[in-house]
Design a binder for this molecule. Sequence first.
Ligand code: ADP
Length: 441
Amino acid sequence: MASKQSTRPSGKSVPRKRTSPIQKILLKIRPAWVSRVGHDMARGMDIRVDFEQQLQRFFDLLEQSVTTGDPAWMDSILMDWAKSSTETELEEEPYHVSFLINRMIALTIQVASESLTKQQALDLLAAVIPIYTYGLEVVARYEMETRVAHISNEMDKVQQQMKRVDKSKSAFISVAAHELKTPITLIEGYASMMEDLMRAGKGVSLDSLLAGMTTGIDRLRAIVDDMIDVSMIDNALLKLNYQPMQISQMVEALRLEARDILQRRKLTIEIHDFEGSKQWLYVDPARMMQAIRNVINNAIKYTPDGGTITIDGRTKQAFIEVTISDTGIGISNDNQTVIFEKFGQLGRVDLHSSGKTKFKGGGPGLGLPIARGILEAHGGSIWVESEGYDEKNCPGSRFHILIPARAESPDAEMTKLFSSLESRTEKKNGQENSSNYNPAS
Ligand code: ADP
């Protein structure tokens, strides 16, 4: 916007020689104008504390414009107002300053008719209306331009988002197709071998072929289950069935589950006895174990043979923090947040091999998003720290899992049920056999 301001020495006002009649009129209405406009604007709007100062400045510039016949004097204050208003109120009130100036015109007419003679009022309005009109034009143009820029910026953002969604959708289709194809091929292979053997009618045992088929079907089911879980998490449909559980119990069960794989991969798992590990807390045990299992499976997958996985923890205010560290390939700084987003790790489809525990065997990239969804549904969180990705030196990764230490179920009935079970068990077993199970402690 062209402003004549730059051609003048900044901050200097034009020297006044003699007070002209219009200046006298302006001088006369000034106090009433400032007070009326200030009062009126303060009623309906969120006006800044220095608004009176702003009005005095506006009036000075109005006078300057009238005296010199050059409305461009108003530019600086109009732009200041337009900028500060559009920056903060674009969403709800895009034409704030235009409205303000319109209101000022109405109030100037009021003040003029109350405190001036008819002739003076006419002279005043003839002098100031063109300046106000100029102001309206300047501000409206600026506000419109800013609005258009804002809208096109918003549209750009939406477009970017749509592009990301589109990319993620097609990446998902290729990974899902690849992930599903591997077990399907496996099942097809076993099925055709079975068919051949049966046709030959040699009475050979089909046990090993059936076992292979079951493995393929299990893998298919696991992938589809993961997809369903992600969609439930996305749609906030994950229902938690809170029951009292100890972290040590869950971790021990998971260690047993992974025993064969750990042996095969020559991996050691160290479980520390930390403060809070034997505390009874209400969680959905199946879901919580699923979250921890996903992290442990990753630790197995991304740690070379012979490595160590360490499970430790501590209490942290109303939470228990479990850490799962490995001596694996680590995670780059850039990827430490991306991996918790669905299909975050879709870069190389060729790495997706349907391997749940094979070294570096990629999966559909749903394990960590599911773990995060489960933990967040519990009111907890998950994050990772790692010095970076280095397959040679293996800096390792440490996942932190924050679990709220709930002493009661959000469902009061559940807490009641478990406390009555507990007291019945204690009565039955007598004092000597009293268990340390005390979910409410
Ligand atoms: P995936 O099915 O690919 O294993 P996850 O959501 O479980 O999906 O993990 C996402 C990605 O995070 C993995 O592909 C891997 O690149 C990275 N990752 C997860 N855990 C580890 C770990 N312990 N060490 C190194 N990289 C890991």
